[in-house]
Design a protein. Structure first.
Length: 346
């Protein structure tokens, strides 16, 4: 089979499209014929560049921390799936052979695409227990993007921030993938009042197209003044940030009102940001970071996407043979919509 592989850290050209052995599913695993795998700015691109050394990737590495496709083969003991099932898989999972019940698993775990072969391949094997079914009316390309970002955004807004209907939320990075997903969950699922912001008029206004009530271009507008004007001086209930821009986040933090909640799952624009502790304790603000998600939320996320409540932004769909080009595109414009690699394309 074919896969995109890097054996050393460096520029996009270290990612080679080559022949590798076809993996065989171990007991408790399924083999997925990949129809979609997304290109991620941190977990794929920065990892390949050598900017995520703390993740200690296994080299040679087949990246791709998510995939969607069709079950092609099943290992011994697998009963949850059959050949032909439409499925997706992503993120952290057991590295050792496990059964279909992993509730008591205490062995080593790691992310596919980092600690075990990932989705940048014609086929990938994953534990049956972490494989998830796809709604029939959700495409593989959409499913891969939803699985990468929607559960994280859902966890931040629903489980951690506990954003409520008619509360105000300020979404940073309106044109980014987590930002765009957060806007739609906040507006279309929760029914909150959404203010979005970005560093250009076009990127801010892209949030309006997704359902945001107001859009602020912080490169030409005073973010804090605009938020306070929109909210009648009360500020927002929730601040959703996944960038940690040291120039902008302090203003956004001051836009949090009484009992405000700041939630985040990213810091690629920082990571160090100055926080006004007087505002923190005077307004009884909670700050919570959580890069993960909850497995129980994934079916709800897939269904929200299938119903059109969450629409993914896919900038490019490229064949797997163009994985290096996909990395170049992502590095040239980090704010673009998602890039999806499809090994089934010629």
């Amino acid at each position: 089979m074919k896969a995109a592989v890097f054996r050393q850290y460096g520029p996009p050209d270290v990612l080679k499209y080559e022949d590798v052995p076809l993996p065989e599913p171990r007991p408790g695993e399924v083999r997925i014929k990949v129809h979609a795998a997304t290109v991620n700015r941190v977990l794929d691109v920065a990892l390949r560049r050598g900017a995520q050394m703390q993740r200690n990737a296994n080299l040679p590495c087949i990246p791709g921390v998510d995939c969607a496709g069709v079950v092609d083969a099943i290992g011994e003991g697998v009963t949850l799936w059959k050949v032909g099932d439409r499925v997706a898989a992503a993120g952290g999972m057991p590295l050792e052979v496990v059964g279909e019940d992993i509730s008591g698993y205490k062995g080593p775990s790691g992310m596919m695409g980092i600690k075990r072969p990932g989705g940048f391949a014609d086929f990938v094997c994953v534990p049956s227990a972490v494989t998830r079914a796809l709604p029939e009316n959700l495409s593989f390309h959409q499913a891969a993007v939803v699985m990468r970002h929607c559960p994280t955004a859902w966890n931040l807004l629903v489980n951690i921030a506990k954003l409520q209907k008619d509360e105000w939320v300020l979404i940073m990075g309106a044109s980014g993938n987590l930002g765009a997903t957060g806007i739609q969950i906040a507006k279309n699922v929760i029914g909150a009042k959404v203010i979005c912001t970005a560093g250009s008029r076009a990127r801010a206004d892209s949030g309006l197209e997704l359902g945001a009530d107001h859009a602020i271009d912080y490169s030409t507008q005073d973010l804090l003044a605009e938020v306070m004007k929109i909210t009648g001086g009360k500020g927002v209930n929730v601040l959703y940030d996944n960038i940690a821009n040291p120039d902008i986040l302090p203003q956004a933090f001051h836009a949090l009102g009484m009992d405000g909640r700041l939630v985040t799952a990213g810091a690629h624009g920082g990571p160090n940001v100055t926080i006004d502790f007087f505002h923190l304790y005077d307004k009884r603000i909670m700050i919570k970071g959580s890069p993960g998600s909850r497995e129980a939320d994934l079916p709800t996320c897939f269904e929200a996407a299938a119903q059109g409540k969450v629409k993914v932004r896919i900038a490019h769909v490229l064949p797997l043979s163009q994985a290096a080009e996909a990395h170049r595109l992502m590095e040239s414009d980090p704010g673009m919509g998602k890039i999806v690699l499809d090994p089934t394309l010629g």
